[in-house]
Design a protein around this ligand. Structure first.
Ligand code: IPM
Ligand code: MG
Length: 355
């Protein structure tokens, strides 16, 4: 029996509710696939600040690095918005990604057939969409120096080095090799020097992957193409801030941001989390959609543990719950046979796995 140690970071807002459902589903998959999971909880975000004065306590980094993977809920909330920047939950998250070295953020956007009507785009545009945003996560304008703020001036710097671009480009090409073998690299090379370097390096690395078709697109055009004809994309390779924006945009193809998982990987350990935030406005009401987090747990099984059968079981159970017409609030208007709570959705998915 294989056993894995998972660090659980529930975070703020709806984080605890959705992580609880993912754990329920993991436990169901454990008993049917002969796996054992042990969990260790760690604090991060606003709750960690409230508890210790630091949104990212050192203990959380230690627990994470001593685990086989991290399953992460969501952090942040208006309550902490007025703290000095380094005390804010978001700063904790950025430091966390940096400390763990998770430079590659994989954000798949898949449209479930059952939910083609849920997208704000026409069904024929979104039906069959299956793309992956590969976002560089620990560089670019989020981390570049110099940065600063005076009363009347604020500045940040977008910096990428060759090495940073090389490693994320390899990830994108490797992922493309397991998919439809197309990479579209997104930049703003018509204006930014950092983007011209990005484009040159990605083009160089592409030579090592002759089977993969590489194209380049300016980010403004990509934002437009993503809603004009999303099926043209397989892997979208981007830097940190462009990927942040485009992955939120891509999430709407699927109808709800509550559906989309992510994996952040690096040399040491992976962090698996839904792409949505902590939604403080609906926290504690039992209406959050746990599917993005459950699908993140599936990505953890697939990418961190290589437990493909177990991961497929989760993905199939999610599809089944949707095709049987179970919907959380966010998707209640779209062909729902039954509207269910956060924990009911978790139980339905867990039960399909057990059977
Ligand atoms: C995300 C989020 C974060 C980011 C925030 C919360 C710091 O929007 O994971 O996409 O900008 O990376
Ligand atoms: Mg974001």
């Amino acid at each position: 029996m294989k056993s894995y140690k998972i660090a659980l970071i529930k975070g703020d807002g709806i984080g605890p509710e959705i992580i609880d459902e993912a754990v329920k589903v993991l436990d169901a998959v454990a008993s049917c696939c002969e796996l054992t999971f042990s969990y260790e909880e760690a604090l991060m975000g606003g709750c960690a600040y409230d508890f210790s004065g630091d949104p990212l306590p050192q203990e959380t980094i230690n627990i994470s690095l001593n685990s086989d993977a991290v399953l992460f809920g969501a952090i942040g909330g208006t309550k902490w918005d007025n703290l000095p920047r380094e005390k804010r939950p978001e700063s904790g998250l950025l430091r966390f990604r940096k400390e763990l070295g998770v430079y590659a953020n994989l954000r798949p956007a898949v449209v479930y057939d059952e939910l083609v009507n849920a997208s704000s785009l026409k069904p024929n545009i979104v039906k069959g969409v299956d793309l992956m945003v590969v976002r560089e996560l620990i560089g670019g304008i989020y981390f570049g120096e110099p940065k600063g703020r005076t009363q009347d001036k604020g500045w940040n710097t977008m910096v990428y080095t060759r090495d940073e671009i090389v490693r994320i480009a390899h990830q994108a090409f490797k992922i493309a090799m397991t998919r439809s073998k197309k990479v579209c690299s997104i930049d703003k090379a018509n204006v930014l020097d950092v983007s011209q370097l990005w484009r040159d390096v990605v083009t160089e690395i592409a030579e090592q992957y002759p089977e993969v078709e590489l194209s380049h697109m300016y980010v403004d055009n990509a934002a437009m193409q993503l809603i004009r004809d999303p099926k043209q994309f397989d892997v979208m390779l981007t830097g940190n801030i462009f990927g942040d924006i485009l992955s939120d945009e891509a999430s709407m193809l699927s109808g709800s941001i509550g559906l989309l998982p992510s994996a952040s990987i690096g040399a040491k350990i992976g962090v698996y989390e839904p792409i949505h935030g902590s939604a403080p406005d609906i926290a504690g009401q039992g209406i959050a959609n746990p599917i993005a987090t459950i699908a993140s747990a599936s990505m953890m099984l697939r990418y961190a543990f290589g437990e493909i059968i177990a991961a497929n079981k989760i993905d199939d159970a999610i599809k089944r719950a949707l095709s049987e017409g179970y919907r959380t609030q966010d998707l209640a208007q779209f062909d729902a046979k039954e509207v269910c709570s956060t924990s009911e959705m978790g139980s339905i998915i867990a039960n399909y796995i057990a059977r």
